[in-house]
Design a binder for this molecule. Structure first.
Ligand code: NAD
Length: 283
C-alpha cells in the first residue's frame, strides 16, 4: 500500500528506538507500509528481531531488528554501523524508547498529612536511584541516539528527528515525578536542538501522546476484576474532551506528517495527540 502524498518517504532509512514496544511496533508496521526502510532498535533484542520480521512479512519492505541500549553510546555506534551497511545512511530518527517505573513514582498523589508512613509514601521516600533511572531512560535515551544517528543527516544535508514527550510535560501528572521531569526536559531539548540544527536542514519535533491503553497500563486504567474504569482511569476520561482513550494507530498520522516534506518548514514543535486533554482546563 503506497500513499502518493508521502512519496518523499519511500526507501528512506528510519531508525526507531523502542521499536519492540507498544507504540514502536505499531508505528514500525505503518511506516514500512509507507515504503520506509526500518531499523528496529530495542534493549529486548529478540523482540526487535521479531518486530522486524513481522514488518517484512507484512509489507515486503526491508526491516532489521537490533539489540541496542539507548543509554550506551557504544551500542548505538555499533547499531549505526550495521544499519549503514544493511540499509544505508539514516534519514529519520524516532526516539520512542522510554517509559516509567514504580521506582520513580510516589504512592501518594499529595502529602496531605505528615506521618512516618506518609513521608515514606511521598516525595521524601522516593528512591533517588529509581528517580535517576527513569529520568535517564527518557532523557538520555533521547539525547544519545540523536547524537549518534543525526550525523548521517548532516552528511545528507537533510533529516527529521521525532521525540516522544507526554502530557506530563505540560502539567505534571501526580505521582510520576521522574517521568514528568524527563518528558518536560525532552520537550525543551526538542526546541533547543531544532534551533541548533535548523541551518543544517535537520528538523527536530516531538509528539506528546495522551492516554493510550496498552498491556503495561491496562490495569492502572481498568479494574482487573470488574473491567470497569479505575479511579485514575475515570479521572483521565473526565478530563479528555473526546471522552475516550487513544488507539495506537492514532499516533501514526502525526508522526508521518512530521517526517515528511509536508512538514518541511516545521521544526521545534511538540504536537499533543490527546483527544483535547491538554487544551481542557477541567471546567
Ligand atoms: P513500551 O514500554 O511499550 O515500549 C518501550 C520500549 O522501549 C520497550 O520495548 C523497551 O524494551 C524499550 N526500552 C526500554 N529501555 C530501553 C533501552 N535502554 N534501550 C533501548 N530500548 C529500551 O512503551 P510505549 O507505550 O510504546 O511508549 C513509547 C514512548 O511513548 C515512550 O517514550 C513513552 O514514554 C511514550 N508515551 C507513551 C504513552 C502511552 O500511553 N503508551 C503516552 C505518552 C508517552
Amino acid at each position: 500500500m503506497k500513499n502518493l502524498h508521502f512519496e518523499d518517504l519511500e526507501d528512506k532509512v528510519c531508525v526507531l528506538t523502542g521499536g519492540g514496544g507498544a507504540i514502536g511496533s505499531s508505528l514500525g508496521i505503518y511506516l514500512s507500509e509507507m515504503g520506509l526502510k526500518l531499523a528496529i532498535l530495542d534493549l529486548n533484542g529478540p523482540r526487535a528481531i521479531e518486530v522486524a520480521e513481522e514488518i517484512t512479512a507484512k509489507t515486503g519492505n526491508q526491516a532489521i531488528g537490533l539489540a541496542t541500549n539507548v543509554l550506551d553510546k557504544e551500542s548505538l555506534i555499533s547499531a549505526k554501523a550495521t544499519i549503514n551497511t544493511e540499509l544505508g545512511k539514516v534519514n529519520f530518527l524516532i526516539n520512542a524508547a522510554g517509559g516509567n517505573s514504580p521506582k520513580g513514582t510516589t504512592d501518594l498523589e499529595t502529602l496531605d498529612t505528615v506521618s512516618e508512613e506518609n513521608l515514606e509514601k511521598s516525595f521524601y521516600g522516593m528512591d533517588v536511584d529509581g528517580f535517576r533511572k527513569v529520568f535517564d531512560l527518557n532523557f538520555n535515551g533521547t539525547l544519545l541516539p540523536t547524537m549518534v544517528f543525526s550525523t548521517d543527516m548532516l552528511d545528507l544535508g537533510k533529516g527529521s528527528v521525532i521525540n516522544f514527550s507526554s502530557m506530563s510535560a505540560y502539567h505534571p501528572l501526580t505521582r510520576v515525578g521522574a517521568y514528568s521531569a524527563a518528558k518536560a526536559a525532552i520537550s525543551n531539548f526538542t526546541e533547543w536542538l531544532a534551533v541548533h540544527l535548523a541551518k543544517q536542514n535537520i528538523r527536530v519535533n516531538a509528539v506528546a501522546p495522551g492516554f493510550f491503553v496498552g498491556e503495561q497500563n491496562r490495569f492502572l486504567l481498568y479494574d482487573e476484576k470488574t473491567g470497569e474504569l479505575s479511579a485514575r482511569g475515570k479521572k483521565i476520561i473526565q478530563n479528555t474532551p473526546m471522552g475516550r482513550f487513544g488507539e495506537y494507530e492514532e499516533i501514526h498520522g502525526t508522526v508521518t506528517y512530521l517526517l515528511s516534506d509536508l512538514a518541511n518548514f516545521v521544526t521545534g514543535i511538540v504536537i499533543p495527540i490527546d483527544g483535547g486533554f491538554n487544551a481542557f482546563s477541567g471546567v
